[in-house]
Design a protein around this ligand. Structure first.
Ligand code: ZN
Length: 262
């Protein structure tokens, strides 16, 4: 790994290097960082594009699906000509075209307990762009166990929510939601719909948090609070999240456990 930026990198990243809170040192850190994006869909698309544009050294992309026509309204990594192609392949083409410096590692599988450790090993940050509660709880529990910071997010209709978890320092997703909701209460994109730009806003916040964390921001991360976005009324509000000492993931484990067992 080079220990200084090339003149091409300095030009490519000049507008963020100029930002006083970032600078060349932070850019070097970004170029040496590894981010795993789970899901190349509505959240993962904007997140991965901004992370690639920002010069994250290695991007891992996990998704088992193929591109469908109904994805294109929000999953901006993919184009019409990609229909039928595995999403991870389409993602790699888009991200490499945007920034050939980024090493894109793809996994055309569903992220689950059987492959999680092998996929996530060595990553510095995880963007959870998954669309189901089983994966969200799995990502939380494993990231907490392994000490990998991550961004949780969820979107439905005209609403979104997002929170950053820094294991050992902040509340985790399971401190807030003890277990997945019963199936009859679950709203998802497929059944309920989603405005593409809402996914874009939330996925972009996830990328912003990843960059801040990796650049070494000590304060100001979206930790211990869930940011809730109501696009219909164009309002953001925050829900304070406290670390639960009995949390089954980050506490002493005496709290309620869910179906996801480690
Ligand atoms: Zn917790």
């Amino acid at each position: 790994m080079a220990d200084r930026l090339t003149s091409e990198q300095i030009e490519r990243y000049s507008r963020q290097i100029m930002v006083p809170d970032l600078g060349g040192k932070a850019q070097m850190r970004l170029c040496q960082s590894r981010v795993l994006v789970i899901g190349a869909g509505g959240l993962g698309s904007p997140a991965a594009l901004y992370l690639a544009a920002a010069g994250i050294g290695t991007l891992g992309i996990v998704d088992a699906d193929k591109v469908e026509l109904s994805n294109l309204q929000r999953q901006i990594l993919h184009a019409t000509a990609d229909i039928g192609r595995p999403k991870v392949e389409s993602a790699k083409i888009s991200l490499t075209a945007l920034n050939p410096d980024v090493d894109v590692i793809i996994h055309p599988v569903r992220f689950d307990e059987s492959n999680a450790e092998q996929i996530a090993k060595g990553f510095d940050f995880i963007v959870d762009g998954s669309d189901n509660f089983d994966t969200k709880f799995l990502v939380n529990d494993l990231a907490v166990k392994w000490g990998i910071a991550f961004s949780h997010a969820g979107i439905v209709r005209l609403q979104g929510q997002v929170m950053t978890v820094v294991p050992g320092k902040s509340a985790c997703y399971r401190c807030l939601f003890k277990a997945p909701p019963p199936p009859e209460e679950i709203l998802n994109c497929q059944a309920s719909g989603i405005l593409g730009a809402v996914a874009g806003t939330i996925g972009t916040i996830q990328a912003t948090e990843a960059v801040k964390y990796l650049a070494g921001f000590e304060d100001g991360l979206l930790t211990d609070r869930l940011l809730v976005y109501d696009a219909k009324n164009m309002r953001f509000r925050e829900v304070e999240v406290r670390r639960d000492p009995q949390c089954a993931a980050c506490g002493n484990g005496t709290g309620t456990t869910a179906t996801t067992q480690l």
